[in-house]
Design a binder for this molecule. Structure first.
Ligand code: UD1
Ligand code: CA
Length: 463
């Protein structure tokens, strides 16, 4: 049966007080709307229609290339009006009997595929299925009206909070904003909506009473958790959902054996693929895709993005890694910075305040203190001294530095690229190297030391 998915994303999001459209605010590093769209990917083949309005251009740009169809709603006259705009895009003619439309919200990001699927199954192409939940504090939400006094009675309609009587406001079962409807019926119902209500809006929720009147069965599917139906309307709610999602991700990782020092001080904004016996201390942030091998230990407050860290490596606290590979048993940090294109071999040591960019370091190379390696190829067992840098940029072009196996670069050297340091050579501390150096020799390139015997230190005149 054809499945169409309508994601409503035209609302203003006034309470965000932001120039960015609400559905583009990020949760765990990903726009709210993208969370919903990614979830729909698990529902099988479907057409996705996104209703845009406020910040339409930005939202449309964000979904370009996803295969979703953007439909503008201008002005925004309510949720029923939003779905009216999608009608021409929905599969089939109004007389077709097949087809289901699932309605989701771009600002309810944590809806789970299991629940969405249950909603579609409950609809089965012939019933109106509403996603509902009971809340301690239902204020603000549309209430589910049922026959009889308790739930279990048939669903008769939804009354919006603003239109509800004091008695109706006591009802704790609310409409979450998500439903699945037979497409053909939905098309007819939304075209018949009026805006005679407290807010002068076209309420999508009024189709429930229409269904009941026409003898179409209405069923309520319960959400599995409150988290999956929570919407984002304010920065505080965004932060609240962020913590819930982070907690969920942390629990999944711990379930997989990762030892998090504190699941409440852990942030994953992407994907973390852990090996066995991985330990992560507090305050770390993982972004993009991070692959971590067996027995890796990551110290406190590291920021790691798009990286591969091989087995047994230890990342000490306050280290930043982005777009880099770290070899088996390497020791990195504290306070190290690995930038894109840093590829460190096995047993490499990178110490405090060392920056490595677009460079490969072969097995056992060490740069333990206060150094910069950019655009360089560093051989095995090289020891790169404190305060040494590659001068890789001439103001217009980047040049490479090649350091052979077993080279020792003393402290405070400047290697002016392009330059090659021959295998086994030693560079005396304080050297400025602008030409290639021979293998296995000591090269010193600095002013010779002199001592002046008769020199007198200037003295202050007596007062
Ligand atoms: C709606 C429901 C209410 C439910 C609540 C759940 C209606 C009439 N009411 O209330 O029963 O309990 O959601 O959160 O449907 N939108 C548009 N165009 C519009 C108006 C809204 O695209 O003209 C979008 C918003 O961007 C949002 C969604 O629809 O994603 C819901 O809009 P919102 O204003 O939050 O709905 P409520 O009136 O709060
Ligand atoms: Ca709302």
């Amino acid at each position: 049966m054809a499945l169409d998915i309508v994601i409503m994303a035209a609302g203003k999001g006034t309470r965000m007080k932001s120039r960015l459209p609400k559905v583009l605010h990020r949760l765990a590093g990903k726009p709210l709307l993208q969370h919903v769209m990614d979830m729909t990917g698990d529902l099988g083949r479907a057409r996705t229609i996104v209703i845009t309005g406020h910040g339409a251009e930005q939202v449309e740009q964000a979904i370009a290339g996803s295969g979703a169809i953007a439909v503008r709603q201008e002005p925004q006259l309510g949720t029923g009006h939003a779905v009216q705009q999608a009608v021409p895009q929905l599969t089939g003619t109004p007389d077709d009997r097949a087809g289901i439309t699932l309605i989701l919200n771009g600002d309810v990001p944590l809806i789970e595929a299991t629940t969405a699927r249950a909603l579609v199954e409950a609809c089965a192409g012939r019933q109106l299925a509403l996603l509902t939940i009971e809340l301690e504090d239902p204020s603000g939400y549309g209430r589910i009206l049922r026959s009889g006094d308790a739930h279990g009675g048939r669903v008769l309609g939804i009354v919006e909070h603003k239109d509800a009587s004091p008695a109706q406001r006591q009802i704790r079962e609310i409409y979450t904003g998500m439903m699945a409807a037979p497409t053909a019926l939905l098309k007819r119902w939304v075209m018949a909506l009026t805006n005679q209500n407290a807010q002068g809006e076209y309420y999508l929720t009024d189709i429930v009473a229409m269904a009941v009147e026409q003898g179409v069965p209405v069923v309520a599917t319960h959400a599995r958790s409150e988290t999956e139906v929570l919407g984002v309307n304010s920065p505080a709610q965004l932060a609240e959902l962020e913590r819930r999602l982070q907690r969920r991700q942390a629990e999944a990782l711990m379930e997989a054996g990762v030892r998090l020092a504190d699941p409440d001080r852990f942030d994953l904004r992407g994907e973390l693929l852990p090996g066995q016996d991985v330990e992560i201390d507090v305050g770390c942030i993982f972004e993009g895709q991070v692959v971590v091998g067996d027995n890796v230990r990551i110290g406190a407050h590291c920021v790691i993005r798009d990286a591969e860290i091989a087995a047994g490596a230890v990342i000490h606290p306050f280290t930043h890694i982005e777009g880099a590979k770290v070899g088996t048993g390497a020791l990195i940090g504290p306070y190290a910075r690995l930038r894109p294109g840093a590829e460190l071999g096995d047993e490499v040591h990178i110490g405090n305040f060392v920056e490595v960019k677009n460079s490969t370091l072969a097995r056992g190379a060490k740069a333990n203190h206060l150094a910069y390696l950019g655009d360089s190829t560093v051989g095995e067992r090289v020891n790169y001294g404190a305060g040494s840098i590659t001068a890789n940029y001439d103001g217009a072009n980047k040049h490479r530095t090649v350091i052979g196996n077993d080279v020792h670069v003393g402290s405070n050297c400047v290697l002016i690229a392009p330059v090659t340091i021959g295998e086994g050579g030693t560079i005396g501390g304080g050297s400025t190297i602008s030409r290639d150096t021979p293998a296995h020799q000591l090269t010193v390139a600095r002013a010779r030391q002199v001592s002046l015997a008769g020199w007198q230190r200037p003295k202050k005149a007596p007062k």
